[in-house]
Design a protein around this ligand. Structure first.
Ligand SMILES: [Fe+2]
Length: 194
């Protein structure tokens, strides 16, 4: 507990934005810190997939991912600067990300495009669900942060739709329906294709 208190002293300024109680501003920043980790993780994971996709749809998937990465990196910057604005030091180091994240590293290396698409669909599921939870939590305290997260979630959902279009048939069924892991989704996606 002592360590946590001293860490809080290092990272928390003696202010937050006007009109918010200091503890509420810092609580919002704490919620945002996990969103910062999630989006930092996402942009690295998307780049990893951009480099590791192979197969006939290579160029389409490879090129589709870069604009998503650019947008996610922009969202990372907005979140980090909102944390700082609220009076807390944003944690942007790889060590902090790995130490504090609650999810596993992306599990695919070189793999067929459809396998990466299916696995990334799972990644987006987690990030979007957690962003929605953060909207709910921060909305009670800070509508400005809620607004930022709401806009970002709309973008993330659109990016996921791009991926899902590769996994959807004409009847509107997702080939990965029911999958709960990246590798499981990848196998289901690949099996459906052949
Ligand atoms: Fe590239």
């Amino acid at each position: 507990m002592a360590a946590k208190d001293s860490k809080a002293k290092d990272t928390q300024a003696k202010y937050t934005v006007p009109g918010l109680e200091i503890q509420d501003g810092h609580r919002v920043a704490e919620i945002l810190q996990m969103r910062l980790h999630a989006l930092n993780d996402l942009q690295l994971t998307l780049k990893h997939a951009h480099w590791n996709v192979v197969g006939p749809n290579f160029i389409g998937v490879h090129e589709m991912l870069d604009p998503q990465i650019d947008e996610v990196r922009a969202a990372v910057d907005v979140i980090a600067e909102r944390i700082a604005t609220l009076g807390v030091s944003p944690g942007g180091t790889p060590g902090a990300l790995v130490a504090e994240r609650t999810w596993d590293d992306y599990s695919l290396g070189r793999a067929d495009t459809i396998e990466h698409i299916a696995a990334l669909d799972q990644v987006y599921d987690g990030v979007i669900a957690d962003h929605r939870n953060a909207i709910e939590e921060t909305g009670k305290l800070d509508p400005i942060t809620e607004d930022i997260l709401t806009g970002q979630t709309g973008d993330l959902e659109q990016f996921q739709w791009f991926l899902r279009s590769f996994l959807t048939n004409a009847a509107g069924e997702l080939s990965t329906a029911g999958a709960s892991t990246e590798k499981g989704a990848a196998q289901q996606g690949a099996a459906k294709k052949s």
